[in-house]
Design a protein around this ligand. Sequence first.
Ligand SMILES: Cc1cc2nc3c(=O)[nH]c(=O)nc-3n(C[C@H](O)[C@H](O)[C@H](O)COP(=O)(O)O)c2cc1C
Length: 205
Amino acid sequence: MHQFDRKEIEDLAKIYRLNLINSVTGYKSAHLVGTCSEMGNENLAVFSSVVHLGSNPALIGFILRPTTVPRHTHANMKSTGVFTLNAISKDQIEEAHHTSAKYPEGVSEFDYTLLEPEKKRDWKAPYVKGAPIQMGCKYLNEYSIAENDTLLIIGSIEQLYIKKGLLQEDGWVQLDKGEIVSINGLDGYALPSLLERFAYARPKK
Ligand SMILES: Cc1cc2nc3c(=O)[nH]c(=O)nc-3n(C[C@H](O)[C@H](O)[C@H](O)COP(=O)(O)O)c2cc1C
């Protein structure tokens, strides 16, 4: 097996270390976060750190990189109080990835990709048209993570849209039916397929 200790990891070349550490923790969720500035400028960015925090109330969290450079998603969600999460499907990966490019404030990633904004129910943040799962979220809070200067953003799910065919009778959403991708590292996009679904696990007698 390949072997690295902490010192060896620290001494690796930056890009190698970034690829290594971003991929070893496993497949990650793939979302496009849509926001809008107070001035009405739309913004879209790919995020791989969105996690479930709890279902009652329905909460999500994600990690925001240090705000030492302008972070439009963060600034917009703080000023308007809302954002959208849009699951990325197989046919959107190239355009979705491009939203990580550093466009200046006032430039919308929607104008430089084939992704289209969709307005729903007066929500003050754009959804991504055609995304198989769309969530309208409220920005609730943020916690700073002292160890690396990142922020844990907390949001509540206020609106939820799921493409037909994915939602099963018991509320479970079958992601592979929407060809929803996951992220391997920082630039690898994978299409998981469901192996099995199990009954609630109880201790063996
Ligand atoms: C696959 C992938 C995943 C990413 N995940 C995150 C993330 O979880 N948190 C984050 O702050 N930035 C993440 N980024 C970087 C943002 O997409 C990038 O900084 C983007 O320019 C932010 O846009 P904004 O300044 O308009 O908010 C990711 C980039 C890629 C390519």
